[in-house]
Design a protein around this ligand. Structure first.
Ligand code: PLP
Length: 481
């Protein structure tokens, strides 16, 4: 078959077959994949195919074996970690781009919505003057932002760290609640994981401003070059939001780059009751958000926003390459006549990926589908779920609220006088709960207490699930007593 993929007209049939199977998956009537693990492993465990079986066989096995035994993450009962299933608009946009626009560069409509969607995101999330670039996730988004911070700090002392490397010890300041991709970014950027100084947080999980100021003063006396102050706008553990204005002011006063990690929590600003917690956001030099968390994009979509994209260009440029010579229009007097005449905005030099899928179309499609108002309602619903769970836990004699929710994460546990080791008991309770496949939160620690920790970010998370989870925790808790 010379045309590859499939013969003309077959795609519609194949996508429709797959769509039917996916609709079936989304009923969540099937048992968990692990139940039939022996069967699907046996079905898949075949030697390297010498001859191809053809696309029909691929689609059949995709449907019968893979989709039928897939992840629990999209299940509305799953509320673990900070992850959820992608919404329909995202799946359709991803599919459309994977076939019709495999790269984000060149002067196409897909390239255009890459920038347009970044603008919409920035406007929706309270950072309208910042410019963005997409990447695969919060891990890379933090790396890109801190690459900008490194560039600024070293350029200020006459060194281009991107081309020359660094010549002295540095500091990044972040609370002990920061996501560990901050440390990894410091490692990858050649600053060293230990350059991240963990500033203690208070009982609510927010950075202690007094401790930060003291740390900066101590390090200054040691001649350590400050690179960035990192604030959390929604910690991964509990959703705590650091005092952004206080941190931004300290950063400004000391001439330090101010980075805000809003991978999970930035969309919380859409809830007018929570918006005041984001006061000071405009002081940020960089902000990240993961549309693949609270906004419902399929995994693989994050954005870094910065005041000045040129700094990213200097931090991440690949420098000229021979194979690019002459392919695109460089004579300014010529006007473009073809989509291949120019690469468009050089996203590939604002970060660490050259080949990259179109992610803007995913964000564009989700915002176009439900609008800012749709997101506001969804985010308020999730915040309400966490706070109503908190109220129930406070009132129930067999439940204990461990931390007042900031956003859509609630930390609570089962308690009873007859239990000696509440941590071990709640861990066991959680394992039993998850195995029933209806409610699947994960856990965390609040101080030395193990907490059951649902995180509501999914488009399919509905208010009834709060009472449902409570009822199951009480039922299983009493059964295990
Ligand atoms: C999830 C998360 C990250 C990492 O994002 P990935 O998309 O998983 O790479 C970074 N920071 C915070 C605050 C997060 O919640």
């Amino acid at each position: 078959m010379s045309k590859d993929l499939a013969e003309t007209g077959r795609l519609q049939v194949l996508l429709s077959q797959l769509g039917g199977a996916l609709d079936g998956y989304l009923d969540f009537a099937h048992p968990d994949a692990f139940q039939s693990r022996d069967d699907w492993q046996a079905a898949l465990n075949r030697p390297l195919p010498e001859k191809g079986e053809g696309i029909d066989s691929v689609v059949k096995e995709l449907i019968d074996t893979l989709v039928a035994n897939a992840s629990a993450v999209p299940n509305p009962g799953f509320s673990g970690y900070i992850t959820t299933g992608g919404v329909t608009a995202s799946a359709l946009a991803t599919t459309a781009a994977s076939i019709s626009s495999p790269q984000r560069y060149m002067l196409t409509a897909f390239n255009y919505v890459e920038e347009l969607s970044l603008l919409w995101l920035a406007q929706m999330l309270g950072i309208p003057t910042l410019k963005g670039v997409y990447s695969s996730g919060g891990s890379v988004a933090n790396l890109v932002a801190l690459g900008g911070a490194r560039q600024q700090a070293f350029e200020a002392i006459g060194i281009d760290p991107a081309s020359e490397g660094i010549d002295r010890p540095v500091r990044i300041y972040a609370s002990d609640q920061c996501h560990h991709t901050i440390q990894r970014s410091a490692g990858v950027l050649g600053l060293g994981r230990r350059s991240v100084r963990a500033i203690p947080s208070d009982a609510n999980g927010c950075i202690r401003v007094d401790a930060l100021e003291q740390a900066i003063e101590e390090d200054r006396a040691q001649n350590l070059l400050p690179i960035a102050i990192v604030a959390n706008a929604g910690t991964t553990n509990t959703g705590a939001i650091d005092p952004l204005r206080a941190l931004g002011t300290i950063a400004q006063k000391n001439g330090i780059w101010f980075h805000i990690d809003g991978a999970y929590g930035l969309p919380g600003i859409l809830d007018p009751r929570k918006a005041p917690l984001y006061d000071g956001l405009e002081l940020a030099d960089s902000v990240i958000v993961d549309p693949h968390k609270w906004l419902g994009a399929s995994v693989g979509v994050a954005a870094t926003f910065v005041k000045d994209r040129d700094i990213l260009l200097r931090a991440f440029t690949q420098e000229p390459a021979d194979y690019l010579e002459g392919s695109v229009e460089t004579d300014e007097s010529e006007t473009y006549q073809h989509s291949l005449d120019d690469f468009g905005i050089p996203y590939y030099d604002y970060g660490v990926e050259l080949s990259a899928p179109c992610r803007g179309v995913v964000v564009w499609s989700m915002i176009k589908e439900i609008g800012e108002e749709g997101f506001r309602q969804r985010i308020m619903r999730h915040n309400d779920m966490a706070s109503s769970l908190a109220r129930i836990a406070q009132q129930h004699p067999q439940l204990e609220l461990l931390l007042e929710p900031t956003l859509s994460i609630c930390c609570f546990r089962f308690v009873d006088d007859r239990v000696d080791d509440l941590n071990a008991f709640n861990q066991k309770l959680l394992r039993h709960l998850v195995r029933e496949n209806n409610y699947m939160p994960t856990s965390t620690r609040i101080g030395d207490k193990l907490a059951i920790r649902p995180c509501y970010i999914g488009a399919r998370h509905e208010p009834e699930q709060v009472q449902g989870l409570i009822d199951e925790v009480i039922r299983i808790g009493n059964r295990l007593l």
